[in-house]
Design a protein around this ligand. Sequence first.
Ligand code: NAD
Length: 492
Amino acid sequence: MALKHEEVCFIGGEWVKSRHDHMLEDINPANGEVFAQAADASPDDIAQAALAAQTALDDRSWLGMDPLERGRTLGRLAQLLREHRDELADVMVEENGMPMNFAQWLEIPMAADVFDYFASLIPITGGRTLPFSLPGPQGDYLLMTLKEPIGVAGVITPWNFPLLMPSWKVAPALAAGCSVVLKPAPETPLTALALADLAQQAGIPDGVLNVVPGGDEAGRALVRHPQVPKIAFTGQTQTGIEVMSMAAPFLKRITLELGGKSPQVVFDDVDLDEVVSGALFGVYLYSGQVCQAGSRVLVQDTMYSQFVEKLTARAKALTLGSGKDVTTDLGPIISASQRERVLSYVEQGKKEGAVLMTGGKAVDRPGFFVEPTIFSDVKATMTIAQEEIFGPVLSVIPFHDEEEALALANGTRYGLAAGVWTRDVKRAMRVTRQIKAGTVWLNTYQILSPTAPFGGYKYSGIGRELGPDALEAYLETKTVIVDGNEQALAFF
Ligand code: NAD
């Protein structure tokens, strides 16, 4: 398979061995077997990649390119992602276990669209001319702003969307004219290297996109590297806090996309079957390993038992299996340790008095599978209602009225996303305005668009990715004031 690059980093346009002898084992979570070895970058490798990225900035091979040609180059990358869809999907399914349909019909096409979208912003992104004001007689001044790339962007991504998460950052960074050092998750290095391969084929100059597979130490080295002024990070909230504190002494520009415990609020005026389907998709997509998973379903008490009964029946009918099997609804959990973590939350839920309606066990087969799990009678204070589990575990919580629904919806430290299911437009608007979350879906869940800003309130992050303003996260604004008067203003 041409796109499968084992044991290497991609630095300065070349496939190079890590300076570290140690390798990362790429494990297929659907059978627990090691299927590839990947580089485990050392801080020296990170420094090498940062140097290559800085050299590419200095020689202006990318930024000096005609802006329309830069856009066309990103467009070619989008097209190559589409053309290599099947090959890429094979790599992705093998290393992170996602269902093949999900890789082929959602993640890869969306990643391609993200590159197209940011390519389209290149020719319309620039500074402004603005009115100039100074006390005293009006002089002749020209005030303008220029937009300039921040410099080298350090990109650190998780394993759950191995192509999409890098794309959300690499596409705007490249559109802004930055060069990039991408440190992908240790669980999914090969997908990131495949992206680098296609970027090179698309004509992105050497050193502009560097990919350095490695673990948490490599991530730390990137955050602490003095020549990397921008860090774009997606991962757990606790890691984000550490990233922020490591970046603070350098005053680095940071974007943090972190965890969530998102609510889906279901009022009793809805069509029950429709919402049960929506809620299932909201929580079990990719086995719940999705940052915006609607892992708390808040249901009005008048329809609570009916809802729980239908939801449980539907969850029991879902099929677990390898992502390669097209009939699979839920693939595996990413690793044995993450499976244990999910199961320990299940035990905690039982201990704290929630009622286990279905699931709750590991599946007796090779790989790391957990049954789709539903708890009812969950109280807002329970651990399973407060902490991000990142697995197929759903808490169903009853509420009496709108006021209580809002208190529950906003009652965690997170604020990534929320769903509201109701046919009452006025109520939908009231609730939407009062929910503290970066995205609110009305009568739907999970759907995203390259044009839609995405990010979190509260402990779910800082900044927004996607959408028209996302480029700003990779740009500095330079103010230029031109004095057109005969005599320059001077007090002395
Ligand atoms: P993680 O925080 O363990 O790791 C994420 C990345 O950070 C990995 O590449 C890892 O090697 C690196 N890393 C770990 N410690 C580091 C450190 N101290 N300094 C620098 N880099 C470090 O997260 P994960 O378990 O891989 O991913 C799951 C998490 O990601 C979940 O919490 C999920 O909610 C979150 N997520 C958020 C979004 C979003 O858009 N908000 C999207 C996807 C995933």
